[in-house]
Design a protein. Structure first.
Length: 287
C-alpha cells in the first residue's frame, strides 16, 4: 500500500523524533531525496500519492535514520561553506562550526600572493578544498592517517576541481622532509575516549578515529601543536579547532611551543571553539 506525501511526512517525523531534534526536517530531506526533488517540492502537495517504490525506499531510510545513521550519510552529501560535498561513513560529517576555522584561515591567506597551507586530518577534505577554492593561488596539502578518508577527500577535490596534494600521514610523520608551510590548520579528534558525549546523537555512527584521540582528548592537539614549529615558517600561523573546555590548555600548549598572538573565537553557541596563534620564534626553520 502506498501513502500520500503529508501522511508519509508525519509518519517519518513521529518515528525520527525518537533520535533527532530535527525530526520534521529529517523526514522532509529523506522524502525529497526519495522523490529526487528539492525539498521545496513537497510543500503544498500533501495529497500527492507516492509511488510504491518511493514509499518503500522512504520507509527503509527512516528505519536507518533510527539506528541512528546521520542524514548526511543517508543522502550521501552535506553542505559546507555553501558547497556540496560527498559524505560517507568513512569520514566525520562536516560541522557548521568548522566554517569558523575556514574564516580564520582565509583572514591569513593572501588573495593575490602564493601561500603554502597544510590541513592535518582532512577527513572528507572540506577545509582543504574550501581554502583552495577561495584562495586559488595557495598550494594546499592535506593529510589523513585513514586511507578511506583520503579516497573520499580526493573524490570531493575532483568534484570541485580543487588541486590538492593529499598525503597519507600520521599527523606530520609522513610529510616530506624539509616541507614547510605558512599556515597549518586542523580540526583533530578531541573528545576524551570515555566521554558520555560519544554515545549521544549520531556520534556512534561516525568513525571513532575522527572523534577521539585517546583517554584525555588532548593527545592529537598535543601532537599537532608540539611539532608545528618544525613545519611552519617563522611568523607562520597554526589554527586548531578544539573542545569548548580545552581553550586554556590549548593556549598553554601554544605558548610552551613558541606561539604568541593567541586568539580564540567562539562558535555559534558562544563556546570557545577555534584557536589561532602565530609562531613568534622558530629556531628550527631557516625559512
Ligand atoms: C574531527 S575529524 C575532522 C575531519 C575534517 N577535517 C572535518 O573538519 O570535517 C579528524 C580527522 O583526523 C583524522 N586523524 C585521526 N588521527 C590521525 C592521525 N594520527 N594522523 C592524521 N590524521 C588523523 C581522522 O581520520 C579524521 O579524518
Amino acid at each position: 500500500m502506498s501513502e500520500q506525501i503529508g501522511t508519509a511526512l508525519r509518519w517519518g517525523r513521529d518515528r525520527i523524533s525518537a533520535c533527532s531534534e530535527t525530526a520534521r526536517l529529517d523526514a522532509e530531506l529523506l522524502l525529497a531525496f526519495c522523490l529526487d526533488k528539492p525539498r521545496s517540492y513537497i510543500y503544498g502537495r500533501p495529497e500527492q500519492e507516492l509511488s510504491e517504490s518511493c514509499w518503500q525506499k522512504y520507509q527503509e531510510l527512516v528505519q536507518k535514520r533510527l539506528e541512528p545513521t546521520p542524514i548526511a550519510y543517508l543522502l550521501g552529501r552535506r553542505e559546507f561553506y555553501s558547497m556540496e560535498f560527498a559524505a560517507t561513513p568513512a569520514a566525520l560529517v562536516p560541522r557548521p562550526e568548522t566554517e569558523l576555522l575556514v574564516e580564520l584561515a582565509l583572514e591569513q591567506i593572501p588573495i593575490e600572493a602564493t601561500c603554502r597551507v597544510c590541513d592535518l586530518g582532512t577527513g572528507s577534505g572540506i577545509i582543504a578544498i574550501t581554502l583552495k577554492k577561495q584562495r586559488p593561488l595557495t598550494s594546499v596539502y592535506a593529510t589523513d592517517v585513514d586511507p578511506d578518508c583520503l579516497v573520499l577527500a580526493r573524490a570531493n577535490a575532483v568534484r570541485h576541481g580543487a588541486e590538492i596534494e593529499f598525503i597519507e600521514s600520521d599527523w606530520y610523520q609522513q610529510l616530506p622532509r624539509g616541507m614547510v608551510f605558512d599556515l597549518i590548520v586542523s580540526n583533530p579528534p578531541y573528545i576524551a575516549a570515555n566521554h558520555p558525549f560519544l554515545a549521544q546523537g549520531d556520534l556512534p555512527a561516525e568513525p571513532e578515529l575522527a572523534l577521539t584521540p585517546g583517554t584525555t582528548g588532548l593527545e592529537a592537539l598535543e601532537q599537532i601543536v608540539s611539532h608545528a614549529r618544525d613545519y611552519l615558517v617563522s611568523g607562520g600561523y597554526l589554527i586548531v579547532e578544539h573542545g569548548y573546555d580545552q581553550q586554556a590548555t590549548v593556549a598553554d600548549l601554544l605558548k610552551a611551543h613558541g606561539f604568541g598572538e593567541i586568539r580564540c573565537v567562539t562558535d555559534y553557541n558562544g563556546l570557545p571553539r577555534t584557536s589561532l596563534a602565530k609562531l613568534v620564534e622558530n629556531l628550527n626553520s631557516g625559512a
